[in-house]
Design a protein around this ligand. Structure first.
Ligand code: NDP
Length: 253
């Protein structure tokens, strides 16, 4: 049976867990060769082994997205081993909510560093390959993981939500630059999704609020987001989903 992403090369950041991990497996199952990037090398090796066991092709690259030189080296490695990238899921992120008057500046900075600077490092390193793919093959995809937090205010999540507003707005802006070069740009904005993201929260009150929310409605799974990403990338080249918000049915805001 033909696979819709055969011939494509996907780079997935934040692939050692959650949404990125699920997306890597799903895109590989649809025929893409995948390069998976995160800091935890052991998790990436396990992922690559699973993908290859299922007949796919995968490359693990252990790198921190805040390290611009490491991300550029990753782009060179993908070009050398796979001949260039035509799909980037720019997905690595952290969420560290806290009451703003606690002035948790380290956590503010960490979110800005990963969710904004890291996102830009990936864009800077891979956009030339996407543009080349757009010119040579007529289509390429830059899919940025934003959040429902880009749209709505949530108490204690101001810095995280603002980083995600940046992701959604940047994605809209980049369409103006890259659409004419056959590079589609999309922002995917998930609501509550069960991953490791919530386990890094250090504020006990907010952790309890998140745990309670899990008991009150059925959260999305990483696989739900992975199929959405594959849908975006599988559309005909003239169709660009600019912004896609995907919510648990029971989550109303
Ligand atoms: P996870 O915590 O499971 O995954 C986050 C990924 O980002 C991990 O693979 C982690 O890998 C990677 N990462 C974090 N920091 C860095 C870094 N400095 N360099 C490289 N990789 C890094 O959470 P999710 O799967 O939920 O998160 C994926 C994206 O989805 C994030 O952008 C998040 O903001 C967004 N999102 C999630 C929602 C949810 O409810 N889960 C809702 C809306 C959006 P490692 O630690 O190995 O480096």
């Amino acid at each position: 049976m033909s696979k819709p992403l055969t011939g494509r090369v996907a780079v997935i950041t934040g692939a050692s867990s959650g949404i990125g991990e699920a997306a890597a497996e799903h895109l590989a199952g649809l025929g893409a060769r995948v390069a998976v990037l995160a800091r935890r090398a052991d998790r990436l090796s396990d992922l690559v082994a699973r993908i290859e066991k299922d007949g796919g092709t995968a490359l693990a690259i252990a790198a921190d997205v805040t390290d611009v030189a490491a991300v550029r080296a990753a782009a060179d490695q993908v070009a050398a081993e796979f001949g260039g990238t035509d799909l980037v899921l720019n997905n690595a992120g952290v969420m560290l909510p806290a009451p703003i008057d606690e002035v948790a500046t380290d956590q503010w900075q960490q979110q800005i560093d990963v969710n904004i600077t890291g996102l830009m490092n990936v864009i800077g390193a891979f956009v030339p390959q996407l543009v080349q793919a757009g010119a040579e093959r007529g289509v390429a995809d830059l899919i940025n993981t934003s959040s429902i937090g880009a749209q709505n205010p949530y108490p204690n999540f101001a810095v995280y939500c603002a980083t995600k507003s940046y992701v959604t707005q940047l994605s809209k802006q980049l369409r103006a630059d890259l659409g004419p070069k056959n590079v589609r740009v999309s922002a995917v904005e998930p609501g509550f999704t069960t991953t490791e993201l919530q386990t890094h929260v250090t504020d006990p009150t907010i952790s309890t609020w998140l745990e309670t929310a899990k008991t009150q409605l059925e959260w999305l799974t990483p696989s739900d987001i992975a199929t959405t990403v594959a849908f975006i990338a599988s559309l005909p080249p003239h169709v660009n989903i600019q912004q896609l918000t995907i919510m648990p049915t029971g989550q109303t805001s």
